[in-house]
Design a protein around this ligand. Structure first.
Ligand code: M6R
Length: 613
């Protein structure tokens, strides 16, 4: 997730901007830049790489001025590079823009601007904003009006900082979906994506609300709603320390990332949905060609590690149900050494949050050596996987800092569900009317995730009674059996409790021998046709002394006699339920870790990116 900063005051803006950007490094980035007005022109310095590289560039090519904006970029549109780094300028270099978020209609706007003769320099969605502001500025000669008109045309999410050479006494800032704060100093004011960036200078901030616009001068700040009406807000006095401020007030990154899921699921889904009359009617993957190959696909092969592998296991159920095409899922470390059978007409998918996992990369290379076209699902633009795969579908989840994957997993599921729906539609294994019905339901998933996050009391209560259990087993059937794998991994990673997943029907074939009074069994139950069978499994373990916890959307009381605690989740199509049912399990793992005194962000023995075998 990008970081934005801005400064107007009496100091030299350059060191203030770089210093503020350093406080946003925790957000993750791949390039950085600043734009400073030096009294005559807007000068830009930007580079691919770390802030150190930017500092080295500035040391050689100094810029001074008391007005500027800065940015750390986490690539979404276009690879990490000097050119794609922010700030971006209009053609004459008189308007500079930094942006955090995703402009969903950028391709349409870019085509239109190009038809008006505008020449683009970068591959970013952000450059559209600089040219669009310029377009409106030429009519109004008023930078505030130009920004207001521009944001009205943007679909998607944005936090913006804008400089205009003709108005060297102000910075314009605006936001929708992405965070943006205004820091209030004495004869100086700031903008930033997050509070830590300004804490060294001030503790008084405005938190901008949806679609609000701020105009910052040296000695005051004016605030407006989206229609340009002036508004009054009370500043907030921050009394957190820097480290809790970085986590947005959450105690840990893992908890913050769990709570980011409604937003990042929207970011991953919305730009790929085609809307008509307010309703989604189609899916478009601009990055993929849904040609004869997908239509005629005889087999899909999915290879990944850890959590990404679990997303692949869920996808097997989804693809097979919707698109009626067989799916083989394999862990990359096994796949690479088992002389796998590969066919040129396979749809071959690797999944990797980091895009740097050694075994996944080896599997990708093996497939390519065998002439197989590889599609990657990854979160990291510019990663090795993204560079070596033939096609890339990005999960726009933003950087995941906690070692235990949460938002990367659900956004991987979102991409896989969308691929399965599109494949089913073109293969005609679902009807046109079902396709639209499923798209509407898909569009509601982020809101349903939000609902789960708003009610954590029963999970916390259950954790407080069970965080010391010796063994935790996760069971389920069908989709829920796949989800159980990820539930068990999450719990063992951060709580160090012994946890395993079993297909519920397998209990009697061995695992039930382990059940005793020191066992907790967590059942995920989202497939109504299988409630009865699962309820019998729960009763079997309960009668042998286990405590039981059920995650379900059921309203009929199917589990009232077998469950010690039930966590209700919203209902949806069964193939979308894994995006919902994992949320209570993520929270369960997080709270168990905290109760046991562990740091969930940095579990023992684990690394975020496994770049060696
Ligand atoms: O970056 P990748 O998705 O390729 O990583 C794969 C696994 O190492 C990763 O999912 C790991 O299992 C996480 N710690 C899970 O929380």
């Amino acid at each position: 997730m990008c970081g934005i900063v801005g400064y107007i005051g009496n100091k030299n803006a350059t060191p203030v901007l770089v210093n503020a950007l350093k406080k946003l490094e925790y957000r993750g980035y791949d390039s950085a830049g600043i734009a400073v007005f030096n009294g005559q022109d807007i000068l830009v310095r930007k580079v691919k790489g770390a802030l150190k590289a930017l500092e080295e560039k500035i040391a050689k090519e100094t810029i001074e001025g008391s007005l500027g904006i800065g940015h750390t970029r986490w690539a979404t549109h276009g690879e990490p590079s000097d050119i794609n780094a922010h700030p971006h300028l209009n053609e004459s270099g008189t308007i500079a823009v930094v942006h955090n978020g995703i402009i969903e209609n950028f391709a349409k706007l870019k085509a239109w601007l190009q038809s008006e003769g505008v020449v683009f320099k970068s591959d970013t969605d952000t450059e559209v904003i600089a040219h669009l502001i310029n377009y409106y500025y030429e009519y109004s000669l008023d930078i505030f009006e130009a920004v207001k008109a521009t944001v009205n045309r943007l679909e998607g999410s944005y936090a913006l900082g804008v400089l205009c050479k003709d108005f060297p006494d102000r910075i314009i800032a605006a936001r929708k979906e992405c965070p943006l704060i205004v820091g209030l100093g004495k004869d100086e004011n700031f903008i930033a994506s997050d509070v830590p960036a300004v804490l060294e200078y001030t503790r008084d901030v405005y938190f901008l609300d949806q679609k609000e616009i701020a105009v910052l001068y040296k000695d005051h700040v004016d605030l407006f709603d989206e229609d340009g009406n002036r508004i009054i807000k009370q500043p907030f006095h921050v009394d957190w320390d820097i480290s809790s401020a970085e986590k947005g007030g959450y105690e840990h990154f893992m908890l913050k990332e769990i709570h980011e899921q409604p937003k990042v699921l929207t970011d991953t889904m919305r730009p790929r949905l085609v809307f008509e009359g307010g309703a989604p009617v189609d899916i478009k993957f601009d990055e993929l060609c849904f040609d004869e190959k997908w239509k005629e696909a005889k087999r899909i092969v999915i290879v990944a590690c850890g959590t990404a592998y679990h997303a692949g296991v869920v996808a097997k159920y989804v693809f097979e149900q919707l698109a009626r095409v067989p799916v083989v899922v394999d862990v990359a470390s096994e796949f690479r050494y088992r002389n796998p059978i590969l066919c040129k007409d396979d749809i071959f998918i690797v999944i990797s949050q980091s895009g740097e996992t050694a075994d996944t990369l080896a599997a990708l290379r093996l497939a390519k050596q065998n002439g197989v076209h590889v599609t990657a699902i990854t979160n990291c633009v510019g990663s090795t996987v993204s560079r070596e795969a033939d096609d890339v579908v990005y999960t726009w989840a933003g950087p995941e800092i906690a070692v235990a994957s949460t938002k990367a997993y659900t956004t991987q599921l979102m991409c896989l569900c969308m691929l399965a729906l599109k494949a089913a539609f073109i293969k005609e294994t679902i009807s046109a009317s079902d396709y639209k019905k499923y798209l509407c339901e898909l569009n509601s998933i982020p809101e349903k995730v939000q609902q789960i996050l708003e009610d954590k009391a029963s999970i916390q209560r259950f954790v407080s009674k069970n965080y010391n259990k010796q063994k935790v087993f996760f069971i389920g059937r069908q989709y829920d059996s796949a989800t159980s794998l990820e539930c068990a991994l999450k719990l063992k990673e951060v709580s160090y409790m012994h946890s395993e997943a079993f297909a519920a029907g397998e209990l009697k074939h061995g695992p039930i021998a382990l059940i005793d009074t020191d066992t907790l069994v967590v059942a995920t139950a989202t497939v109504p046709e299988l409630y009865e069978k699962l309820a019998s499994n729960i009763i079997e373990v309960k009668s042998r002394g286990a405590s039981t916890f059920v995650i379900t959307q059921d309203d009929s009381g199917a589990f009232s006699s077998s469950a010690d605690e039930i966590v209700k989740i919203p209902s949806t199509e069964s193939f979308f339920e894994p995006m919902l049912s994992i949320i209570p399990a993520q929270l369960f793992a997080y709270y168990c870790a905290v109760h046991r005194g562990n740091n969930p962000d940095k579990p023992r023995n684990l690394a975020k990116s496994v770049t060696v075998e």
